[in-house]
Design a protein around this ligand. Sequence first.
Ligand code: 4NP
Length: 154
Amino acid sequence: MIKILFVCLGNICRSPMAEFVMKDMAQKQGLEEEVYIESAATSSEEIGNGMHSGTIAKLTEMKIPFTNRKARQLTKDDYENFDYILGMENKNLHAIRKIVGQDSERKISRLLDFSQTPRDIADPWYTGNFDVTYQDIVEGCKSFLQWIKERTNG
Ligand code: 4NP
């Protein structure tokens, strides 16, 4: 079982979108028993709040199942409990390290570091563009799953 935690600033736009996109992808590839997926925020700003309406609209448009969830903040314990902590942008990675401490087991990466073109995923809270966010997240999740498969197969 591989445990993956997606992290963004508020845990209402990008990281829950990544959580449900990855759950859907894993389910479609028959890997739902192989992965455990959650998401969390670096900031305390949105704790307890549901997903942003833009994220809900995009997941609905793409027919990706999701459940009601509440934003939660990343904790130091998450570092022990998860195998991969996947942030959305370099700023996230700094904030993640501030909370969990040194990344001695090299668990922390940007989601798009697994793609052919490593880069940040822009924050739709500021850009208002949930379509680009979705495309980036799909690219990141696909690349990450591929990387995991190559790693576990040999
Ligand atoms: P997210 O977007 O990190 O993708 O969930 C944001 C959500 C809320 C805030 C910032 C970014 N905020 O400042 O409350």
